[in-house]
Design a protein around this ligand. Sequence first.
Ligand code: DX5
Ligand code: ZN
Length: 214
Amino acid sequence: MMKVAPSILSADFGNLQKDVEEICNANCDLVHVDVMDGHFVPNLTIGPVVVSAVAKCATKPLDIHLMVENNTFFVELFAPLQPEYISFHIEEEKHPHRLIQKIRSLGIKPAVVLNPHTPPEAIEFLLQDLDMVLLMSVNPGFGGQSFIESVLPKAARLDAMRRKLNPTCLIEVDGGVSDVNVQALKDVGVDVVVAGSYVFKHENRQTAIQNLQI
Ligand code: DX5
Ligand code: ZN
């Protein structure tokens, strides 16, 4: 079944505990946390003070998506919260293999993120060291953008690569995901979808999560 990671970027930050509890009670699979530094992307979000409050009320594991310039600094900052995954952008890391080893040594599953223009071959020689690859289906920085269709053939190519090199590595897609495109994502081998506005703007968030768990 498709795993669903609601992105709390679209939650009501005035009622964050309520929103996090609601998606966890609705049986989401992961809680997706978007960390933006105002440099790698033109937006600024939350740091470990707020994310530790999320970690306290979440009954599902955290999936931390770093959109930052100084990955190592942010990995060290968030490691004490013991998320399930930390993902970092390949476009922003000179020594990705070293950082993957560091994340794993901290007891966290390492993942890399590819922007819409980055080909899956960019991580061919990292794939066997990863637990997950996150493909962006929007330009990172904001919720509520439209889904970029070229992620579909890209995910299919990545699926073929991981079957050969690391069959247990998951493929996650982030951006513009809804009930309209989730079947197409499943068909090309995607295992996890991130959904922000689709889940949090839905009149029934439990129904929204179930619509994606196909
Ligand atoms: C965008 C973030 C996403 C965002 C997705 O940079 O990485 O996780 O919250 O939001 P939607 O699902 O609304 O596109
Ligand atoms: Zn994200």
